[in-house]
Design a protein around this ligand. Sequence first.
Ligand code: XMP
Length: 328
Amino acid sequence: MAELTRRPDDMERITTPELAKKFIDEQVELMKAQIGDKKVLLALSGGVDSSVVAALLIKAVGKQLVCVHVNHGLLRKGEPEQVIKVFRDEMEANLIYVDATDRFLDKLAGVTDPEQKRKIIGGEFIEVFAEEARKLDGIEFLAQGTIWPDILESEAGIKAHHNAGGLPDDMNFELVEPVRTLFKDEVRVVGKALGLPDNMVYRQPFPGPGLGVRCPGAITRDRLEAVRESDAILREEFAKNGLEGMVWQYFTVVPDFKSTGVKDGKRTFDWPCIIRAINTTDVMEVTVEHLSDELIDHLVQRIITEVPGINRVLFDYTPKPPATVEYE
Ligand code: XMP
């Protein structure tokens, strides 16, 4: 059974396109043998791991793979569009796109507790995915982007990493986990060799609850849009200034309080936007990335002029510990 595969102690680290190609060829053969002429389902978030799994499966079984991309309304600007462009248009995958934004935001309305927000997002995700799965006939396999650190962390009791966990009991799929022996850097090398775009392969970590944890307290559509737009500006400026792929994680947060400002001679009462940019190796401890004064000034100018509802920009200089990376 593929789900019991472990990383062999003497496995060579995949660092080159040649080694990646060898891995890809082996996995394609293994998946062809495992899946035969049956159908496979995959929740495709657009993150590195699920994207690499999708590209591998498209190579192995083509249209027998059914990808489901659930837009929970908390994705970054342009993400759902990119998933559709890369997988449906370019790789000709069988892709079901579900825009569940209203469902998620309606359920989250007025919910302020961070754990409750996470539970709603996780629970609703499983429900939407299961609903789509039930509409399909003849699915026997479920593909997942489980990677080797997930297995190690769940064995060490750090994280409950049961990606399939939570699916209703009657949905009894056999698992297909082609990247489960790989470390993250190897998944990226394989993704590059499969021809996935750089901004997908070298993507910074993005939490499952998405922008929901960067819109602290009760999520409202207007404040969520302010997070999404300011995040898009930050990412664009990091890319332009050669910082993309160099800084571990960078994003914006729009907290739920307002302060007085002035614009065009009139008083404003709007939110602040907080910029967070951090570096780390293991995410247990993080340091702050110090940006140049010019870049900070430019970011402030763009955010206050382009993002409705923002009249102040702050920079978070706090390392972890004591502050976590995310705000919730
Ligand atoms: P913290 O905030 O705990 O974040 O210092 C450490 C890393 O984990 C990411 N993170 C999450 N990832 N679901 C995820 O998939 C989550 O609920 C979640 N919370 C935090 C965070 O972005 C950072 O990279």
